[in-house]
Structure formats: structure tokens, C-alpha cells
Write a protein that binds this ligand. Structure first.
Ligand code: SF4
Length: 235
């Protein structure tokens, strides 16, 4: 095990392919996105992507359950709820998130719904989403990937934690766009949204199950043979 900092290794196609394969074999299919509403599952992803910001998923599900109890999960219905903030109270800073959701709903309607979104390039879609107050690059990419089937790597805090330990990212600053672009540049040519869906779900699963922030369980990790364990001192 090495606790010393060493230069970051390049993310390679081979390394990324093996990373994916080992996690997929260990954890099995993840089948994201977890939906509660079969009537409008794609729109639920937009709602969930905002509600999950800095909030545990269990609380997001409770908030979506409350929303579903108050009416159909559509942009028009959410905008009509005068008590939207109260309905999503379980999902963290509810007043802020209610404003974000309303901004997202107004954008969605103006964009022409999913028909309009499907006609946009990925760059325009992500750029438009980021222009909405409170929608950052990670939330925009989650929506682009899971609601619009665009191949985007989600460079979230879990990905940075694991990649730093593998030796694939180094530096005091975690730059979202840089890691996303590096992974997408190294990704196998055949990767489509389905593979990016799955790798994000596997990264989250691995960070929660074994590659904990403190005391990672390296002894049982399917990546251990390939992991430099950079910065790990407390397995
Ligand atoms: S659990 Fe340990 S071996 Fe596995 S990826 Fe994390 S730091 Fe590396």
C-alpha cells in the first residue's frame, strides 16, 4: 500500500475497460435510474436530479412520493403547486430546490418537452441546462445521460475519490470538466449511453459498498490488484 502521492497515471481505454468489467462482474447489473412513477419516468429523472443534490436518495424518494400524492409528475403540475417547497421538504433545502425545480420546469416547457430536447445537440442541451439557476455540470450531465440518453461521464465526488486512489487523478482541485473529458476520451468507441449509465451506477455502488471515504475495504475490493491506493492509510 502506498500513502505517498505519485504522478497521476493516464486514464487508458484498457484501464477503463477493465475497471468497468471488474465492477460489473462483482456487483452485477445496476439497472438505473430508480423510478417511482411508471407514468412519466423520464420527467421523474429531471425532478430526482435536482432533489438529489446534497441529499440522500432515500429522502429524494420520500419527496417524490409526496409529490406523486399531490398530482401527476409533470412540469405543468409542479409549476401549479403553490406549496411546492412544502411538498419536497424531505429533500434538503426545500425552498431553494423548489425554485430550481420551477426553473427547470419552465425551461422544459419552453424547450418543447422531450421532443425539443431530443432535437438538441448534447452540447446545447448541457449548456442550456447549466444556464438554469442551481443546475451545475453534474446535474446537467445526469439529466442528459439518464433522461436523454446522451453519453456523458458523471465526474461526481465518488468518481474523484476512486480515481484518486487508483492513481488516475491527482491535484488539490477536482475539476469536473477535465475528468469528464479524460474519461470520455479514453472510453471504448462502442460505449453509448447504456455504458455510461452503468459505469456511473457502479462507481456510486462501489464508493458506498467498499471504497468508503474512511476505512475503505481494500481486502475485498475487485480493483485491489490494479489500485495504487494513493492516499489510503486506514483500510
Ligand atoms: S477499496 Fe481500496 S483497493 Fe478498492 S478502489 Fe478503493 S482504495 Fe482502491
Amino acid at each position: 500500500m502506498s500513502a505517498a502521492q505519485t504522478p497521476a497515471a493516464a486514464i487508458t481505454t484498457h484501464g477503463l475497460t477493465e475497471f468497468y468489467a471488474r465492477l460489473a462482474e462483482y456487483y452485477g447489473p445496476q439497472c438505473w435510474w430508480p423510478n417511482l412513477d411508471d407514468n412519466n419516468p423520464r420527467f421523474e429523472i429531471l425532478v430526482g436530479a435536482v432533489l438529489t443534490q446534497h441529499t440522500a436518495w432515500a429522502n429524494v424518494e420520500r419527496a417524490i412520493g409526496t409529490l406523486l400524492g399531490a398530482g401527476p409528475l409533470t412540469a405543468e403540475t409542479l409549476l401549479a403547486h403553490e406549496d411546492l417547497a412544502e411538498l419536497i421538504r424531505r429533500a434538503g433545502p426545500h425552498r431553494v430546490k423548489a425554485e430550481r425545480l420551477k426553473g427547470l420546469c419552465r425551461w422544459f416547457i419552453n424547450a418543447g418537452g422531450f421532443g425539443g430536447i431530443e432535437a438538441m445537440s448534447t452540447a446545447k442541451l448541457c449548456s442550456d441546462l447549466r444556464a438554469i439557476r442551481g443546475i451545475g455540470p453534474e446535474t446537467a450531465d445526469v439529466i442528459a445521460l439518464y433522461a436523454a440518453d446522451r453519453p456523458r461521464f458523471i465526474a461526481d465526488a465518488y468518481a474523484f475519490r476512486i480515481f484518486e486512489r487508483l492513481g488516475w487523478w491527482q491535484g488539490n482541485t477536482r475539476r469536473y470538466e477535465t475528468l469528464r473529458e479524460q474519461v470520455e476520451a479514453a472510453a471504448p468507441e462502442h460505449w453509448r449511453a447504456a455504458e455510461y449509465d452503468e459505469i456511473h451506477a457502479l462507481v456510486v455502488r462501489h464508493a458506498i459498498a467498499l471504497c468508503h471515504k474512511r476505512h475503505p475495504d481494500c481486502a475485498n475490493c475487485p480493483l485491489a490488484e490494479r489500485c495504487a491506493q494513493i492516499g489510503v492509510t486506514d483500510t
